[in-house]
Design a protein around this ligand. Structure first.
Ligand SMILES: Cc1cc2nc3c(=O)[nH]c(=O)nc-3n(C[C@H](O)[C@H](O)[C@H](O)COP(=O)(O)OP(=O)(O)OC[C@H]3O[C@@H](n4cnc5c(N)ncnc54)[C@H](O)[C@@H]3O)c2cc1C
Length: 385
C-alpha cells in the first residue's frame, strides 16, 4: 500500500518515520514547530536495536562513521571504585555492535540528510488534527491545510496530539529527577568510553565521542522547576570532588553550554498507539526515563515497525492495528524497566539501600551487566521490502 502522510514533529522519531515511509513509497511531509534547526543537545548512546533500525532506514553506516563505539567503562562510586564493568567487545560479539555514542546534532543532521529538501517544513506548529472524515486526516499547515491518509504524531513528551486523542489521559509526569548536561568544548583524555557514577540520589556520567570531546550529564533528585543562576557552578559544587575524570570534564566545559531539563515520563501507559488514521511514535507514545538509554532507540524501532506494517497490510487501519500490537507491549515494558533501573540506580537515597545495591553489584558476575543490556537491545527489525 502507498499513500500520503504528514509527520508532526521533526525529532529523531519523526525524521526516522519519515525516512521509513519514503522507503516504502509514501509521500511524506514533516511539520516541525521550531523556527530554526538549532542543532543543540548533548550526546546520545545508541544500542544495537537502535542501530539495527537505522540500518533498515539506510543511515546506519553514516551514523557509525561519526559515532564512537563504547568498548570500555561501567558504573562507579563517587570515590572511583568500580561497581560493574561494561564489556563492549562482548556486546559486539553477541549483537554485532557495541553501544555507540554520538552527538545528537550529528544524528539529527544525518536523519535530515536522508530526506529530500522540501520534505521538512519548519516553523509549523500543529495544535490538532481534524479527524472528522474517517477516510482522511486534515492537518493545519502554514500554507493551508494538508490532507493525508495517515498522520504520525511524533511531537515528543508534551505531545498535543496525544492530548487530543486521549483527553482523559493524565499525560507526562515529573520523574523526580533533573538533568544538567553539556558537551565539552575540546577533547578530554578519558580512560574509558562510557561511565556512570552513582552517589545518593545523584548520578554523573560521560559518553566519549569520536573526536575526543565528550558529553557529560549530572542527574539529581530535585523538585520540578529547580534552576540555578550558574548551572556549571552548581554541578561543580555537587560533583567537582568526585573521582577523575569528572573534574576534568567540568573544566573543559563552557558555562553557556550547560543544558538543564527536568525529566518527565509517561508513567501511565497509553491504551493504544493509534487512533483512526493517527499513529503515535517516540516520546509522544512512550516517553520514558533515560536510565537505560533506550528512548530514542525505541523511537527508531517505532519508525521501522510502522513502515513495515504499512508496506505489508492492505489498509491503513489494519497496518495501525498491527503497529500497535507490535510496539505497545515492548516499548511499555522497556519504559517500566527504565523506571526500575532509575529507582535502583540514580534515585536511590537511603544509605543502607545504597550499600546493599553496591554490594550486590560488586558481587554480580560481569555477564549480569551484559544480560541487562541484551534483554532490551537484542531486537530484530522487520524488513521493509
Ligand atoms: C537526559 C536524557 C538522556 C537521554 N539519553 C538517551 C540515550 O542515550 N539513548 C536513547 O536512545 N535515548 C535517550 N534519551 C531519550 C531520547 O532523547 C528521546 O526518547 C528521543 O529524543 C525522543 O524523540 P522524539 O522524536 O519522539 O521526540 P523529540 O525529540 O522531543 O521531538 C519532538 C519534536 O516535535 C516537535 N514538536 C512538538 N510539538 C509540536 C507541534 N505541536 N507541532 C510541530 N512540531 C512539534 C518538537 O519541536 C521536536 O522537534 C534521553 C533523554 C533524556 C531526557
Amino acid at each position: 500500500m502507498t499513500g500520503s502522510a504528514v509527520v508532526v514533529g521533526g525529532g529523531i522519531g519523526g525524521l526516522a518515520t519519515a525516512i521509513g515511509l519514503r522507503l516504502i513509497g509514501w509521500e511524506v511531509t514533516v511539520l516541525e514547530r521550531a523556527p530554526v534547526l538549532a542543532d543543540v543537545g548533548a550526546g546520545i548512546s545508541l544500542h544495537a536495536n537502535g542501530i539495527r533500525a537505522l540500518d533498515v532506514l539506510g543511515v546506519g553506516e553514516a551514523v557509525r562513521a561519526v559515532a564512537r563505539p563504547q568498548y570500555t567503562g561501567g558504573t562507579r562510586t563517587p570515590d572511583g571504585s568500580w561497581l560493574a564493568r561494561m564489556d563492549g567487545a562482548a556486546l559486539e560479539r553477541a549483537l554485532g555492535t557495541p553501544i555507540v555514542g554520538v552527538p545528537r546534532a550529528d544524528l539529527h543532521r544525518l536523519l535530515r540528510a536522508a530526506l529530500p529538501v522540501g520534505c521538512l517544513a519548519i516553523g509549523t506548529d500543529v495544535p490538532s488534527v481534524d479527524c472528522s472524515d474517517p477516510g482522511r486526516a486534515r492537518v493545519p499547515g502554514r500554507a493551508g491545510a494538508l490532507d493525508a491518509d495517515l498522520v504520525v504524531a511524533a511531537d515528543g513528551v508534551d505531545s498535543r496530539l496525544r492530548t487530543q486523542l486521549f483527553p482523559g489521559h493524565p499525560g507526562p509526569v515529573h520523574s523526580g529527577s533533573t538533568v544538567l548536561r553539556a558537551i565539552t568544548a575540546h577533547p578530554v583524555p578519558l580512560p574509558t568510553d562510557f561511565e556512570l557514577t552513582w552517589g545518593r540520589g545523584t548520578e554523573f556520567g560521560h559518553i566519549a565521542f569520536a573526536d575526543g570531546r565528550a558529553e557529560w550529564h549530572a542527574v539529581l533528585n530535585a523538585p520540578a522547576g529547580t534552576r540555578h543562576a550558574d548551572p556549571l557552578a552548581a554541578v561543580r559544587r555537587r560533583f567537582g570532588g568526585w573521582h577523575d575524570p569528572i573534574p576534568a570534564l567540568l573544566d573543559a566545559t563552557r558555562p553557556e553550554a550547560v543544558l538543564h531539563h527536568d525529566i518527565h515520563e509517561l508513567a501511565t501507559p497509553l491504551p493504544a498507539f493509534a487512533v483512526g488514521r493517527i499513529a503515535l511514535v517516540g516520546d509522544a507514545a512512550h516517553a520514558m526515563t533515560p536510565n537505560l538509554g533506550q528512548g530514542a532507540c525505541q523511537a527508531l524501532e517505532d519508525a521501522v515497525t510502522l513502515a513495515a506494517a504499512l508496506a505489508t497490510e492492505r489498509t491503513v487501519e489494519r497496518a495501525l492495528a498491527r503497529y500497535d500490537a507490535q510496539r505497545r507491549p515492548r516499548s511499555q515494558s522497556v519504559a517500566r524497566a527504565a523506571r526500575q533501573a532509575g529507582r535502583m540506580g540514580q534515585r536511590l537515597t537511603h544509605p543502607m539501600a545504597v550499600s546493599l545495591r553496591n554490594a550486590a553489584l560488586r558481587l554480580a558476575p560481569s555477564r549480569a551487566t551484559a544480560r541487562t543490556i541484551l534483554r532490551h537491545a537484542d531486537w530484530a527489525p522487520p524488513s521493509l521490502g
